[in-house]
Design a protein around this ligand. Structure first.
Ligand code: NAD
Ligand code: UGA
Length: 458
């Protein structure tokens, strides 16, 4: 079959895989391929067990895999054949050298740019899908045009706004699709080609175009704004605990102001995920680089409050459990950084488990999707940690339960049964405020929500 376009994505991770699957699903007239340097990942994309868990993803992949959606490790051949190349490789925080702990590590991204340049024999539209510092596309253009003056490359910025756990839904009906480009005649033609791909299913009014730098910066700023809302509400949750105000009531009162809006005001044990912290630190680094230290300090505060929220959650457990956790069995309900994903990158669970281990607590972890990753995250800890699928078994004999992920399954458990199986006095620390605190208290639990007065029997 002859396809209208050959689309490639380099990097078949949480973004590359689902994004390409959605394009293939909505556009049977295009051939869509995702490639990766990690052969195991590609093998999983081609198997019955996809490398990532996302509600609805399997159906989308199965509907088009082998027809117009392909996963491959043959990066060179695919670059050669593609007309449009998305780059969706990882851009983690740098861990070495100048900017360590703040700046984006661009080594994977730069290797990809060089590989595109070296393999291309016909004009390509190269689309930055990864989240990158402002002005990265300038560097991309310089790498692409050095040493290969036979081939013309157009560089576009098209950051991704999907959230994990709702990736399929977000890709299917995005709030907006953002495309940044230069304003030259050639660049506008490339931009039009990308707009046309999305226009197969996204209403034109939701596809917005900007200059390259606005597009790159909008992605960093969007994540910073979202994370800032969580740190704002979490900072107020600390004050609620001192004053007997209730964070749910306060959030509702604030969120009903249409200028503020109700979303992203759920107080929690802190935000996690691979991007919020990394992207804010990247923004902070950029501001410092441009001499804007006041702006940098402002955004850094968002990360500081998030660290504080995780720290005070553990300290609260320690203080209320009579200042010692040594030898006490503590059960963590959830380890994923949010519900409906198996991803644990930067999950508050990692920090909390490590702190509890420092206190010599005996840890039991349960999670419907994230146990495999939890084992990897904590493999360097000395003590034995139990990883159990069954939350009832996990909670049995424990002194305390800490709810760290808002999985629906934890709302509906038989807490009477759990209470009977626990060591007394039984504590529950609801780091997501998803449980019925009054009922738990009446069963006999000592209950510690976030941003609300505790309910205790002492
Ligand atoms: P990921 O680690 O899941 O996937 C990146 C993939 O790129 C990996 O499979 C890796 O093997 C591959 N890769 C690295 N170097 C390569 C190379 N030279 N050639 C081929 N493949 C290579 O990362 P992710 O979560 O998909 O994030 C990718 C980018 O998208 C990041 O910049 C991130 O900030 C951004 N982003 C992520 C999310 C999210 O929800 N995870 C959402 C929006 C934006
Ligand atoms: C976030 C953004 O929402 C996406 O738009 C963006 O594309 C993505 O980052 C990215 O660039 O990687 P994600 O991290 O997958 O998506 O998930 P979110 O729903 O944003 O949740 C992030 C963290 O904040 C989770 O730990 C979640 O539990 C926490 N959170 C969220 C709260 O604590 N309270 C809230 O009210 C909302």
């Amino acid at each position: 079959m002859k396809f209208e376009k050959n689309i490639l994505c380099i990097g078949a991770g949480y973004v590359g895989g689902p994004t390409m699957a959605m394009i293939a699903h909505k556009c049977p007239q295009y051939k869509v391929t995702a490639v990766d340097i990690n052969p195991e990942r590609i093998e999983q994309w081609n198997s019955d067990r996809l490398p990532i868990f996302e509600p609805g993803l399997e159906e989308v992949v199965l509907a088009c895999r082998g027809k117009n959606l392909f996963f491959s490790t043959d990066i060179e051949r695919e670059i050669h054949e593609a007309e449009i190349i998305f780059v969706s490789v990882n851009t983690p925080t740098k861990t070495f050298g100048s900017g360590a702990g703040m700046a984006a590590d661009l080594q994977y991204w730069e290797k990809t740019a060089r590989q595109i340049r070296d393999c291309a024999q016909s004009p390509k539209i190269v689309v930055e899908k990864s989240t990158l510092p402002v002005k990265t596309s300038l560097a991309m253009e310089r790498i692409l045009t050095g040493d290969n003056d036979q081939v013309y490359f157009d560089v576009l910025s098209n950051p991704e706004f999907l959230a994990e756990g709702t990736a399929v839904q977000d890709l299917e009906s995005p709030d907006r699709v953002l495309i940044g480009s230069h304003e030259t005649e050639r660049a506008l033609k490339a931009r039009k080609a990308l707009v046309e791909i999305y226009a197969n299913w996204v209403p034109r009014g939701k596809i917005i175009t900007t200059n390259l730098w606005s597009s790159e910066l909008s992605k960093l700023a969007a994540n910073a704004f979202l994370a800032q809302r969580i740190s704002s509400i979490n900072s107020i949750s600390a004050l609620c605990e001192k004053t007997d105000a209730d964070i749910a009531e306060v959030a509702k009162a604030i969120g009903m102001d249409s200028r503020v809006g109700e979303k992203f005001l759920q107080a929690s044990v802190g935000f996690g995920g691979s991007c919020f912290k990394k992207d804010i630190l990247n923004l902070v680094y950029l501001c410092r680089y441009y001499g804007l230290s006041n702006v940098a300090d402002y955004w850094e505060g968002v990360v500081r409050i998030n660290d504080y929220q995780k720290e005070r959650f553990v300290l609260n457990m320690l203080n209320t459990m009579f200042n010692t956790l040594a030898g006490k069995r503590i059960c963590l309900f959830g380890f994923a950084f949010k519900a409906n994903t198996g991803d644990t990158r930067e999950s508050p669970g990692i920090f909390i488990a490590r702190q509890l281990a420092e206190e010599k607590a005996e840890l039991v972890i349960t999670d419907p999707q994230a146990l495999e990753n939890a084992r990897i995250d904590l493999k360097d800890l000395d003590q034995d940690i139990s990883y159990l699928d069954d939350p009832y078994k996990a909670a049995g004999k424990s002194h305390a339960i800490a709810v760290l992920t808002e999985w629906d399954v934890y709302r509906d458990l038989d807490y009477e049964r759990i209470y009977r199986s626990m060591t007394k006095p039984a504590f529950i620390f609801d780091g997501r405020n998803i449980l019925d605190h009054r009922r738990l208290f009446e069963m006999g639990f000592n209950v510690f929500p976030v941003g609300k007065a505790p309910l205790t029997h002492f």
